[in-house]
Design a binder for this molecule. Sequence first.
Ligand code: NZQ
Ligand code: ZN
Length: 400
Amino acid sequence: MNDFTFYSPTRFVFGRGAVDRVGRELAADGRRRALIVYGRGSVARTGTLQRVRSSLAAAGIEAAELGGVRPNPEIGSVRQGVRIAREMRSDIILALGGGSAIDAAKAIALATPYEGDAWDFFAKRAQPAAPLPVAVVLTIPASGSEASNSSVVSNDAEHLKSGINTDLIRPVCAIMDPELTFTLPPYQTAAGVCDMICHVMERFFSGEPAVTVTDGIGCSLIRSAIQMGPRVMADPLDYDARANLMWISTLAHNGLAGLGMGVAGKRDGDWSAHALEHELSALDTSITHGAGLAVIFPAWMRHVWSAHPERFLTFGKEIFDIEPVEENPLAAKDAIECSIDELQNFFVSLGMPRTLAELGLVEDDIELLLPGLLANRGERFGTFMSLTLDDARSIYLSAL
Ligand code: NZQ
Ligand code: ZN
């Protein structure tokens, strides 16, 4: 078991009606001026925005708003948010939504006290220091950004989608009201389930030796997501299943599911499939992150499993109860391929795509994905198996 430091400062307020407590929660921390950051209208349509406004007003918190943050958020929204946060002398950035609103909020929090341009953090030209605190009202379980140390932002002018990881941007408070997710469209619900499963798998397949306790947590999260996914697809108002998914999304990505399997000072997992997917949504910003992962993750698995077949055998046994029929390499290969098929079929059963073509990509697009990958991850990347850009090309082509 490798050494680790685990910092998870987020206060979770979970349950029915939690959204109406946001004002009190922020006021208890002494916050007085909040910039609310949200997306393209779902929070207005569902009434969540109005409930947050009322709750803040009742607690005596002044609020300004930045709406219109798109999925795969763009640096332009971040710059706009920084201007508002400075003008109002905001003392908290409150994201209302999912990964896109939260990541924009985190970037605004980083850049508000910084003299240069917000993109400097994503281009690794600036070191994060003393950001404003971020709080979250979560409306979609998927990214895990409500407790994660990351923010991922696109820069359309530079054709890049890049991330930053620092404990300084972990939210101080996350309001998690599962009833807010009743209104999610099926496609977003399904993409969220895929994303949370992939967050555990990135860590499970870190390439480091297994850690029994961490494997236990990770596999339980994946099994639970596989159990709850079909329930919410069948009945969007199934509170218990929605609530389980909301908590799975958080635990899948706050770091817990990779403890002891990371290398000190580096990422706590492989993260190649995420890197490959981020280039898809950089190329076509209408691609939903979880849907891209549903295609890319199985393709990555088929490319790399032979580096550590024992990990894939454990995965198959723990998640799908699949074991080789005999003790020989051919039977092991069959069992591993069968587990990957099973996973991909599960994603597809939720309504996710199987191929890049279903996401609108053609063969000529593949070359366009590689420069961004090089800029973000360098010539070689991945810890389960060290990959080159040629490997990346093969993985993309195999997924077409
Ligand atoms: O924009 P609005 O109108 O709000 O609609 C959103 C959006 O279209 C809609 N939605 C959200 N909650 C809803 C709802 N519609 C109805 N009812 C509700 N309750 O869902 C759509 C997707 O929202 P988004 O925030 O984009 O989804 P998600 O949480 O999946 O976030 C995706 C972003 O997070 C990044 C992804 O790359 C992507 O940019 N990630 C962030 C991570 C992190 N910071 O730790 C880790 C992830 O791996 C991921 O990379
Ligand atoms: Zn993800």
